[in-house]
Design a protein. Structure first.
Length: 128
């Protein structure tokens, strides 16, 4: 939990610093355009990836399977979309990494490991 609090403070501070440096280097209008562009692109990607994942989860449920991978994809897409509509270069990079399927694999593995750790420690109970 302390790491999460530290990240919540450090990432926005770093993003603000980079935005200020970008404004000085390339100008205010190109920086604002870039922020708006990545926000719109991120919303589009999150919507399309989210709908694709939702359909895959529905198909898995219809065939009697538990949609574990689809749930992990959905978590990554939700976090990635949220990061992309948040102004900043660092959050945009992380957001795109979470939305793009090839790089999402790393984050899904981290989430899977985190969930397994919580289950093994008894922090998450699985109902049967």
């Amino acid at each position: 939990m302390p790491l999460l609090i530290l990240l919540i403070i450090l990432i926005p501070a770093a993003d603000i610093s980079i935005l200020l440096l970008s404004g000085k280097a390339i100008g205010v209008f190109p920086t604002v355009f870039f922020i708006l562009f990545t926000g719109v692109l991120g919303a589009y990607l999150a919507k399309s990836q989210g709908l694709r994942t939702f359909r895959r989860a529905q198909a898995e449920l219809r065939s009697g399977q538990i949609p574990g991978e689809a749930v992990l994809d959905g978590i990554c897409i939700l976090i990635g979309g949220t990061l992309l509509v948040t102004p900043g270069f660092i959050t945009d990079i992380l957001g795109f990494l979470l939305l793009l399927p090839p790089s999402r694999v790393l984050f899904k593995n981290l989430l899977r490991g985190w969930f397994k750790n919580k289950i093994n420690r008894g922090k998450i109970k699985i109902l049967k």
